[in-house]
Design a binder for this molecule. Structure first.
Ligand code: ADP
Ligand code: MG
Length: 593
């Protein structure tokens, strides 16, 4: 409940902050509701005046009716326009906030966990949905003003009209079911909606285009898109049908009673115990009274909808804050590493996974060393890399940087002292210069530095193949944009990793998987040079690779198998030992022979 008020307060305060003027103008619509409710009263006075042949009363009531209708129109137009404009601005301001919050969260869990993604999807799915919550709140306020005014007009005519209001109570109670149906439908839709978006992406993206055609998957994908779309829409359709049935039942109950009540009042009016004015007002307010229960129940539903959407936003905000709170280390990383990086009994399990991806890993990477991490696919190498980058926190154990827990360091500061290329590198569709330069934002415009990074990443030959050199737009979906080959994209990603000037940890996670042997050799020579240069800083270089020519040159080889360290040592010693490493090595050597 407290969260609901927090949500409503958030929408209102954001609106007032976004545009105080529009917020004020939106209120004119609320005033127009008062005039709408008063109309039956004017008609009643006019009718009574006509019967009494009282022209003064008729004139006043007639002018009031016409004048209030005109004023009503003006107020309503101003209010509606102001509201729509404000709604768009507020929606946009929330969209920006959602993007900011999502991007600012320093870890990745919210982008990987299915239940988190579903919640994010609801926020992302509905562009500007949080702006429409403002709309709902204003509608609610207007409706309540109208409801109260029409009730007062009705009671002033005849207390029996309250019976009609009482008939709205079953309808209000039914609203609870209808709301529950709505929530259930929304939640059931989230996963299929995400699936269908993904499938449509697949069918329209160039990336998957080759495979979908070669494997003849188009029909199958279309079938799945249709199935997902049906699964996504079905819950909403079901909820609508249920709601329509409910609305019909309550309407029959109301109008049946209204007809009986008006007949009773007409009988009394003929007998003289009810005035003509009251009878006319009663006929005039029936429609309004019917709407009252509907209006109030809509208002309740609307506010519930508002708080539901807002609660997801609040969840995102709270999640961002709690992640930031969990990473509140303040320590600046040292200028140079003295002892190095040590993993102490580190285990890690992805959220929702049923087993650890890293189990009890203890490992010493002395300052200035080059460590090679080897192991089969799925052994946990990339996971270990991400733990070192602080993208996840170990489930158990600690990662020590010069003897101090990584958690105690300021995560942003630590990341500014590490660099590398990740296996699932991002294909930024920016200008080529930026694609590399963003590896060190402060030097985004430093062309000499960017060229050096391209050289270090063995990517200097990518440039001549780009039509505008460093100014080439990447990504064919943009005007004049070009696509890179896998190897070129990978080398630009490596070059990006080479932009940092003084990293303490250089991570290269299978950086060369898409490269030929000669390029890889070339690249590694440059790594080795960079690593030697980094020794003075005590920097640790962590290489993940399948190529043993590269591994052999490392100071320490660590063999991972199913998340555990099974062997660690120097290449010749491990070979001599004839264990896991030797088996992997011989397998590859046989392939080459
Ligand atoms: P490697 O890099 O050695 O090939 P990974 O570290 O990528 O291995 O994966 C190790 C294990 O963790 C695998 O079993 C993989 O399926 C699992 N895994 C990797 N990423 C995720 C994730 N985001 N969520 C759940 N499980 C994951
Ligand atoms: Mg990997």
């Amino acid at each position: 409940m407290r969260d609901n008020w927090r949500g409503i307060w958030l929408v209102l305060s954001t609106s007032v902050r976004t545009s105080p003027r529009l917020a004020l103008l939106s209120l004119t619509e609320t005033m127009s509701k008062l005039l709408t409710a008063a109309a039956p009263l004017f008609i009643g006075i006019f009718a009574a005046g006509a019967i009494d042949r009282d022209s003064r009363r008729m004139l006043i009531a007639g002018l009031a009716l016409v004048g209030s209708t005109a004023l009503n129109n003006v107020l309503q137009t101003i209010g509606t326009n102001a509201r729509v404009a404000l709604m768009e601005q507020v929606g946009f301001s929330f969209d920006v906030k959602i993007a900011e919050l999502t991007a600012r969260i320093p870890t990745l869990e919210h982008l990987e966990r299915a239940d988190y993604l579903d919640r994010l999807q609801i926020l992302r799915d509905r562009d500007g949905i949080l702006g429409s919550t403002l709309n709902a709140l204003i509608n609610t306020a207007n409706s309540l003003v109208y409801a109260v005014s029409i009730l007062l007009v009705a009671v002033s005519a005849d207390w029996r009209l309250l019976i009609l209001v009482a008939l709205g109570v079953p309808r209000l109670l039914a609203t609870r079911w209808s709301m529950r149906w709505g929530t259930v439908a929304e939640e059931q839709s989230a996963a299929p909606s995400r699936l269908s978006a993904h499938l449509i992406d697949l069918t329209t993206s160039a990336g998957a285009g080759a495979e979908t055609r070669v494997f003849g998957l188009q029909r199958e994908l279309q079938r799945r898109v249709r199935a997902a779309a049906t699964a996504w829409q079905a819950p909403g359709v079901r909820a609508s049908v249920q709601n329509a049935g409910l609305a019909a039942a309550t309407a029959i109950l109301f109008f049946g009673s209204a007809i009986a009540l008006l007949a009773w009042m007409t009988h009394d009016a003929l007998a003289g115990s009810v005035s003509v004015q009251s009878l006319v007002v009663a006929f005039g307010v029936v429609g309004g009274l019917e709407r009252v229960s509907g209006i109030v129940s809509f208002a309740v539903q609307d506010v519930a909808r508002v708080t539901r959407y807002i609660s997801r936003f609040l969840w995102l905000r709270d999640h961002a804050a709690s992640v930031a709170g969990a990473h509140d280390g303040q320590l600046e990383p040292p200028d140079r590493l003295e002892s190095g990086i040590r993993l102490e009994g580190v285990s890690f399990r992805y959220a929702g996974a049923d087993k650890d991806s890293i189990t009890d890993v203890t490992l010493d990477a002395p300052a200035g060393s080059v460590v090679a991490l080897v192991g089969e696919n799925g052994a946990g190498k990339s996971t270990l890399v991400k733990l070192l980058a602080g993208l996840y926190q170990p489930t158990r154990g600690r990662i020590l940087i010069d003897g101090i827990d990584l958690a105690e360091y300021d995560l942003t500061a630590w990341r500014s002292r590490m660099s590398g290329a990740f296996q699932d590198y991002a294909a930024f569709e920016f200008i080529a210069r930026e694609v590399v330069g963003i590896g060190e934002l402060e030097r985004l415009g430093d062309e000499a530095r960017i060229r050096q990074a391209l050289y270090d990443g063995a990517a200097e030959d990518v440039l001549p193949s780009l039509p505008d050199g460093l100014s080439t737009q990447l990504g064919t979906t943009w005007a004049g944009g070009v696509d890179l080959s896998g190897g070129q994209g990978q080398r630009l990603a490596i070059s990006r990793g080479m932009m940092r000037s003084r990293p303490l940890l250089l991570i290269l996670d299978e950086p060369t998987s898409a490269l030929d042997a000669a390029t890889e050799h070339n690249l590694f020579e440059r790594y080795a040079a960079a690593a030697r240069e980094a020794v003075g800083r005590g920097a640790v270089t962590l290489l993940v690779t399948h190529r043993f020519s590269t591994v052999a040159a490392a100071d320490l080889v660590v063999v991972l198998d199913q998340g555990r360290v099974v062997e660690a040592g120097r290449h010749p010693d491990l070979l001599a030992k004839g264990g896991h490493y030797a088996a992997l090595y011989n397998l590859q050597a046989r392939g080459y022979r």
